[in-house]
Design a protein around this ligand. Structure first.
Ligand SMILES: NC(=O)C1=CN([C@@H]2O[C@H](COP(=O)(O)OP(=O)(O)OC[C@H]3O[C@@H](n4cnc5c(N)ncnc54)[C@H](OP(=O)(O)O)[C@@H]3O)[C@@H](O)[C@H]2O)C=CC1
Ligand SMILES: O=C(O)[C@@H]1CCC=N1
Length: 294
């Protein structure tokens, strides 16, 4: 049997993403040992019961002592507190990475707490579901999906290479980006769509009684697809919007202008404007299907 990529992987927070990493790493034999550091006794018990980790608990001194890769999978608003908790216990030479949905804020909040003896390779798998917790994960989650890494200049290429190998072994393709660029791209591809879904579903829930019943009854006409996105974890999304403020506000501004243009076209009966716009958007959908990202 070949030597695994890592001796010990420690997953900080055993939610949807990190429990999927645990399953995929097990399936592909990427670590000799997988452990999790999580404050919730129930989450630790679940992870052990599922057999996706070899050890679980809330003591960083115990769980980080042997860790060669530490993968932080908590909401992005918790990164400073996580950094404070793990920083003093990291093994010299360890790689610290994360899966947070924003990158500038993670670098700002986590990096200052890491000792110079460790390598920091921030990351973000562009894969997920609206479900949370250790039971929601599955080994195939990252298959055929992109994972964006945002290492800072001067990061040890060997550390970047090992994180790249981890994600490619789990089925992902890798793109390297600067953190600021990542946050702008994700503001349009992920954060704005989630905000729109939260808005539409909020608008529907504010409707008066009868109309609200009909929204549920006839939801298959489009609304239903938004409710799936709007069912995503409230803490995770609170933290994303608070920590990608600039890029999200910028994209909301552009979106509002475009919405106003469509509103105007409807008001003035500009059939051609509407048809041209809808033809262009349909082409984007086709491009996503062609890129196998549907
Ligand atoms: N869900 C998705 O589609 C995607 C999510 N991400 C990112 O991955 C990260 C994890 O998301 P996901 O796995 O979905 O989340 P989950 O809600 O499934 O899991 C979150 C984990 O973080 C722990 N946690 C929550 N708050 C804190 C805190 N204050 N301090 C320490 N630990 C905490 C939870 O612990 P406990 O067991 O105590 O609840 C849990 O283990 C987030 O940063 C998210 O932005 C990235 C790509 C996709
Ligand atoms: O992390 C995000 O921003 C989203 C959720 C699913 C994939 N990306």
């Amino acid at each position: 049997m070949s030597t695994p990529l890592f001796g010990t992987i420690c997953l900080v927070g055993i939610g949807l993403i990190n429990s999927s990493i645990a399953r995929a790493a097990r399936l592909h034999g990427l670590a000799a040992r997988i452990v999790t550091l999580d404050a919730s006794e129930q989450a630790c018990e679940t992870a052990l019961r599922l057999g996706i980790v070899d050890a679980a608990g809330s003591d960083p001194a115990v769980l980080l002592a042997e860790a060669d890769l530490v993968m932080v999978g908590t909401p992005v608003g918790a990164m400073a507190a996580v950094g404070q908790a793990i920083g003093p216990h990291l093994k010299a030479g360890a790689i610290v990475s994360d899966v947070g949905s924003v990158k500038m804020a993670v670098v700002r909040d986590l990096l200052p707490h890491l000792p110079d003896t460790v390598h920091f390779v921030p990351g973000h798998p562009i894969a997920g579901t609206e479900h949370s917790g250790p039971e929601a994960g599955f080994a195939e989650l990252f298959q055929g999906r992109w994972c964006i890494l945002t290492p800072l200049p001067g990061t040890d290429p060997g550390a970047i290479d090992k994180v790249t190998q981890l994600w490619t072994a789990m089925g992902s393709m890798i793109e390297i980006m600067e953190p600021l660029h990542h946050d702008k791209v994700l503001a349009i591809t992920s954060h704005l769509p989630h905000l729109i879904a939260y808005t539409i579903v909020g608008t529907a829930s504010d409707l008066e009684g009868d109309l609200q019943q009909e929204v549920i009854k006839f939801s298959a006409s489009g609304f239903r697809d938004f409710t799936r996105i709007a069912a995503s974890d409230p803490i995770m999304w609170r933290d994303i919007f608070l920590n990608n403020k600039e890029a999200v506000l910028e994209i909301i501004q552009r979106f509002t202008e475009d919405l106003t243009a469509l509103q105007r076209a409807i008001r003035w009966g500009e059939a051609e404007t509407l048809e041209t716009h809808f033809r262009e958007t349909r082409a984007i959908r086709r491009a996503i299907i062609d890129a196998k990202q549907a």
